[in-house]
Unconditional design. Structure first.
Lengths: 253, 279
């Protein structure tokens, strides 16, 4: 009975366990306290940083860049994915190129984009968008291609034109897969943005914050920035899941 | 067999000739006329110069050995797959000139899960460019007419299999079709639901009088629901027999043990087994 009532708290177990081990490790000095500060000092740094401190500003900057690159990627990737998915010939002829660039680490493109856009925000956002576009495009195309044949036939039998079938059936059929693409895309965009903020002449952003704290050996601040980045990644994924559940209510049913 | 039943027997040998026996005398013209229909998948010849007349206002079951082309036949009549050669006319008109409905076996994949049941049913009217208000009115009229108690505000995935298939059938009926095709509509349902749906379909048929062509893999169901059972041979398919089912409507559980019904069913089974053995 008690075990059953405690079930909703299961997800907290891992968190508590991690904090316990961490506390123990710093308390018993298993690890050099300079490398691993206590959880308390890390969370204090997180709180101070977010509560009107520079970390909050960096956090917002990273959100802005990630959101901008994801938005650009979605605006370009979704229509392209639909075109690609609705024609097998187009898909087959471009599959290799897309798969190749999708497999290329986006970070390898930094120098090229630096040459193209300079050291400002444009470079970071465009590299992240480049990475996310390919992920989104692939998933959208896949979703369109795998629209249920029966559903397409049903629409056709009811007199739907090709264009109608595309908009009334294929697009909606591909939505669950489109959201898979968006979720993966935004995660990848965040990774690229944070890396870009660390290394390509950035003055702000979470990546910059982590890097700067490390350079100054301000370990609590570094951990705080890492947690902020983690929370952002988790939050973005959750946000897209909630949007999907709201608008693609039939997904997986 | 009665003489009338014999009139529907299509001998394979005569299949090449335009075999168009009158349906119940001259008063009822055939609804669908199929002439010289040919279809092959790869090397397999499914139909070779196939001729058939389907009478108007009757429920016709299509039954035959596995892979003989039952579904292929109605899919070609309904324009889902192209014919290699031949002509299919409805009162002399082409498919594009008539209104028809089609019910898929896989209701889960045939309905649109993003639309509520009501909008699913009304969708074909949208394709016919009927204005929204009239669409709503016509759908409501159909639902009221059928007397089906279903919450049509639900999404398909919130309904049971039988309810979903009922929605599919209503979607096919909403355009007031001249002919309705059903491809094994109940074979994905459990037995209890199948029995219920047979009654529903019989009711719909009696009320609408629409010509219906039903593919079935269950002989009892095929005979129970049908006015005529189209028995196909192995491919290349020809009409092995086309007997009428005399039992009066509404048919009930008692019909299943009715002597005439049992005789018709036994005859169909005999023809079926003969065709299966022919391979």
């Amino acid at each position: 009975m008690i075990a059953k009532r405690l079930e909703p708290f299961l997800p907290v177990v891992g968190v508590i366990g991690l904090l316990a081990i961490w506390s123990l490790a710093t308390w018993l000095k298993w690890v050099d306290p300079v490398l691993l500060p206590s959880p308390l000092s890390a969370f204090k740094a997180l709180w101070n940083g977010m509560d009107g401190g520079p970390l909050g500003f960096d956090f917002v900057k990273t959100i802005y860049r990630t959101a901008a690159s994801t938005l650009i990627a979605a605006v370009i990737g979704i229509p392209l994915g639909i075109v690609l998915g609705s024609s097998e010939k187009v898909y087959r002829s471009l599959e290799f190129v897309i798969d190749f660039f999708r497999s290329t680490p986006a970070s390898a493109m930094f120098p090229l984009f630096l040459v193209l856009f300079g050291v400002g925000d444009e470079t970071k956002i465009s590299v992240a968008a480049f990475g996310a576009i390919l992920v989104i495009l692939f998933n959208v195309a896949y979703g369109v291609m795998n629209a249920r044949k029966t559903r397409l036939l049903a629409a056709k039998v009811m007199g739907a034109s090709r264009l109608r079938v595309l908009f009334d059936v294929m697009l909606l059929e591909s939505l669950p897969q489109t959201f898979v693409g968006l979720r993966n895309g935004v995660s990848l965009a965040l990774v690229i943005i944070v890396v870009a903020e660390m290394f390509i002449g950035s003055q702000d952003g979470l990546g910059h914050s982590v890097f700067e704290a490390q350079q100054l050996f301000d370990m609590p601040r570094m951990y705080a920035a890492i947690f902020a980045a983690g929370a952002l990644g988790y939050g973005l994924n959750l946000l897209f899941l909630l949007i999907e559940r709201r608008f693609v209510h039939w997904s997986g049913k | 067999m009665t003489a009338a039943q014999h009139a529907y027997r299509y001998e394979p040998a005569s299949a090449a000739m335009p075999s168009t026996p009158l349906v119940d005398g001259a008063s009822r013209r055939p609804h669908v006329t199929i002439r010289g229909l040919s279809k092959r998948f790869g090397k397999a010849v499914i139909y070779d110069r196939f001729d058939l007349d389907l009478p108007r206002g009757e429920l016709i079951s299509v039954f035959g050995p596995n892979g003989c082309g039952k579904s292929t036949l109605i899919n070609m009549i309904a324009g889902l797959i192209p014919v290699d050669a031949g002509e299919i006319l409805f009162d002399g008109m082409r498919l594009s000139e008539i209104k028809f409905g089609y019910v898929f076996q896989n209701y889960r994949e045939a309905l649109f899960p993003w639309m509520r049941a009501f909008d699913n049913i009304a969708y074909p009217l949208k394709m016919m460019k009927v204005p929204p208000a009239e669409r709503k009115a016509r759908t409501e009229k159909l639902v009221a007419h059928l007397g089906i108690k279903l919450d049509l505000n639900l999404y398909p995935y919130q309904m049971s299999g039988g309810q979903q298939q009922l929605v599919s059938i209503m979607r096919a009926l909403v355009v007031e079709p001249e002919i309705l095709f059903l491809d094994e509509p109940f074979s994905a349902l459990d037995y209890e639901m199948t029995l219920f749906m047979r009654e529903q379909l019989q009711k719909l048929f009696m009320e609408s009088g629409t010509t219906m062509v039903l593919v079935s893999h269950d002989l009892e169901e095929a005979v129970y629901l049908a006015d005529r059972v189209l028995l196909l041979s192995r491919h290349p398919a020809c009409v092995a027999d086309f007997p009428a089912v005399a039992a009066v409507r509404p048919r009930t559980v008692a019909t299943l043990s009715d002597a005439e019904f049992v005789r018709t069913k036994a005859h169909c089974l005999e023809v079926f087994q003969r065709e299966v053995r022919r391979a």
